[in-house]
Write a protein that binds this ligand. Structure first.
Ligand code: RRO
Length: 303
């Protein structure tokens, strides 16, 4: 299949941040059936991230406040060399603390030749770098248009479910020139409390939620974005099985992201979900392209 001019083996995408930026690991993800791997968000300068604990498995999903750790875009020589020699499609995620920083990082990263740049305007774990850009139409527009001015590759805007009207944010990104939308980043932030020590469990106190519990929110967001824009959508949030992927595609996604399910089903979750998706399509005698946005077909009647 093709996505914005790049050939992909299949419609599955590794969500940003799940497996870091080691190209040995990203290559293994590809070998395990992932069509497009996304790098952990890359920032403007070296940043350690938050103290431990940063990720907790709740059993019904994860809560994380990793805190945007990054060596900084110009301290990643090893990764850029590996990127140049890769044999699989890569989506490079970036963040910044201002429109100017987003643009500086985007220009450098685009010159390294990834297949796509994903603009992270949706991280819930920093007051200065994250979803503040993604909950407001004019700042989302400003970031995406600044990145578009310098990027030589298609630009994907990654959105937050915290936006009061995610369709409007998606439209602002499309108007600014975004080539695709990716939704959703983690939900929240939420909090856990250790009742014995009477303190929040995460060192940063609050963190973004992921895993099966957020799938209904992700589906609603993708559904609303599909309504609002005509650019393609990468739908993610709580997808663990082929049937979850079918739901996401019917909401409006052209590609489907997988994040927390790597923990629950192993790195070969991509092979498993591809197989389950293919089986579902075969048993319903249809192709993936037949069901993109299928859940919208009776809209006129239900309104
Ligand atoms: O690093 C993080 O804490 C983080 C990021 Br950049 C993001 O976009 N989403 C998330 O849940 N965590």
């Amino acid at each position: 299949m093709e996505f914005l001019g790049t050939r992909l083996d299949n419609p599955l995408v590794l969500a940003s941040g799940v497996l870091g930026n080691s190209f040995d690991i990203l290559r293994r993800v590809h070998e395990n059936g992932c069509g497009l791997v996304t790098m952990k968000s890359i920032g403007p300068c070296p940043r350690d991230g938050h103290n431990n604990p940063t990720v907790i498995d709740l059993g019904y999903g994860l809560i994380n406040a990793v805190g945007l750790p990054s060596p900084g875009y110009d301290h990643m020589e090893e990764e850029w060399q590996a990127l140049a020699q890769r044999t699989f499609p890569v989506n490079a995620s970036i963040y910044g603390g201002s429109v100017r920083e987003f643009q500086t990082v985007a220009q450098y990263v685009s010159d390294q030749g990834p297949d796509f740049i994903e603009v992270n305007i949706s991280c819930p774990n920093s007051e200065q770098h994250g979803m503040m850009f993604g909950i407001n139409e004019s700042s989302a527009h400003a970031v995406v248009s600044a990145v578009k001015k310098v990027s030589q590759v298609p630009v994907i805007a990654k959105l937050t479910p915290q936006a009061p009207d995610i369709g409007k944010i998606a439209r602002a990104c499309e108007d600014a020139g975004a080539d695709a939308i990716c939704a959703i980043n983690t939900l929240g932030p939420g909090m856990l409390i250790d009742i014995e020590s009477r303190t929040p469990v995460l060192a940063f106190k609050k963190g973004g939620l992921s895993g099966p519990m957020i799938k209904p929110v992700a589906l609603r967001c993708v559904y609303e974005i599909f309504h609002a824009v005509s650019i393609p959508i990468i739908g993610l949030g709580g997808v663990s099985t082929g049937e979850d992927a079918v739901e996401m595609i019917m909401a409006g996604a052209s590609l489907v992201g997988i994040g927390s399910a790597v923990l629950y089903r192993g790195m070969d979750v991509f092979d498993k979900v591809n197989r389950e998706l293919d089986q579902w399509l075969a048993s319903h005698d249809c192709r993936l392209s037949d069901i993109i946005g299928a859940a919208h077909k009776n809209e006129a009647e239900t309104r």
